[in-house]
Design a protein around this ligand. Structure first.
Ligand SMILES: NC(=O)c1ccc[n+]([C@@H]2O[C@H](COP(=O)([O-])OP(=O)(O)OC[C@H]3O[C@@H](n4cnc5c(N)ncnc54)[C@H](O)[C@@H]3O)[C@@H](O)[C@H]2O)c1
Length: 279
């Protein structure tokens, strides 16, 4: 898809970080926007900052891990604009904990926000996007964590590996039926956003997060520093996504230096070596 003007983009996690950058870029391309986020006030502020005429943007607060919220989002998007051309399943959270410290609710929160959200998005939008008979594209935000296995990030890693394989499987299926819907998976490394304060969005139903021990806290500090010094910005991610959609490119891996680490992991698998340290 290379003609965005007048088309409709649905972006989850649009109130902050990469999602907001995607919204800004889609707005500059002349698209109509359907923006979703669990943080209603921040979403409203994001919409105000975009400064679009009211007819070009629809904001819907909701929880992407709840199927009914995604179903309602799809209904609202199709009711307002009649069609959806670009779906960015982008909302996500992160949690840094050793596996042995985690409770089931921690897993459920992260897998819900990061993986079930994408499953719900595809379930509720893809059939309707295909039925339009027009070109369209689905972009799922995974992470390099979907290609690697860093310690103290198990739930995040599992969710993002899930998003990568879900996206790859979808790619094969859409290709086999010569669908007009393309798919890409975004795998960033470190980008300075609100992700490090993800617990602000932990719904009360999951209770308190498990307590971080010394090792988890050291990993948290290391991750905070890496995010803070991230070389590429959220805008760079949005530019990489739009380039990939235009070029029908599946893997979007803007931090190129990480590919060496991914290669080592792939070689570990191919040579049946024990896993090499990731960092
Ligand atoms: N920042 C990075 O370094 C990085 C690296 C790799 C992947 N990612 C991925 O990028 C995506 C965007 O994250 P970001 O870095 O922009 O962080 P961010 O915190 O700035 O933005 C995430 C947005 O998702 C929203 N959100 C969280 N849980 C939600 C829920 N249950 N329902 C609806 N909205 C919800 C948040 O309110 C927030 O606005 C995530 O999927 C994240 O895993 C980020």
């Amino acid at each position: 898809m290379n003609d965005f003007k007048g088309k409709t983009a649905v972006i989850t996690g649009a109130a902050s970080g990469i999602g907001f950058a995607l919204a800004q870029r889609a707005a500059r391309e002349g698209m109509n926007l359907v923006l979703a986020d669990i943080e209603a006030a921040r979403l409203a502020a994001a919409v105000a900052e975009l400064g679009l005429p009211p007819g070009r943007v629809l904001a819907q607060a909701g929880d992407v891990s709840v199927e009914a919220d995604i179903a309602a989002l799809a209904d609202a998007a199709f009711a307002r604009y009649g069609a959806v051309h670009l779906l960015c399943n982008n909302a996500g959270v992160a949690l840094t904990r050793l596996i042995k410290e985690m409770r089931s609710a921690d897993w459920e929160w992260v897998l819900g926000a990061n993986l079930w959200s994408v499953i719900h998005g595809i379930t509720h939008f893809l059939p309707r996007m295909e039925a339009q008979g027009e070109e369209g594209h689905i972009v799922n935000t995974a992470s390099v964590a979907g290609l690697l296995s860093t310690p103290a990030s198990a739930a995040y890693n599992v969710s993002k590996h899930g998003v990568v394989t879900l996206s790859e499987t979808l790619y094969h299926e859409l290709k086999a039926e010569s669908s007009r819907i393309g798919v890409s998976v975004l795998c960033p490394a470190w980008v300075k956003t609100g992700i490090n304060a993800a617990e602000r969005n932990r719904p009360a139903r999951f209770g308190e997060t498990s307590v971080a021990g010394e090792v988890s806290r050291a990993h948290e500090e290391r991750i905070a520093k890496a995010l803070e010094s991230g070389r590429l910005t959220a805008d760079d991610m949005a530019d990489a996504v739009f380039a990939a959609v235009t070029e029908q490119r599946f893997y979007v891996i803007p931090h190129r230096r990480i590919s060496e680490v991914v290669r080592i992991r792939c070689d570990d698998v191919l040579e049946a070596r024990n896993p090499s340290p990731v960092w």
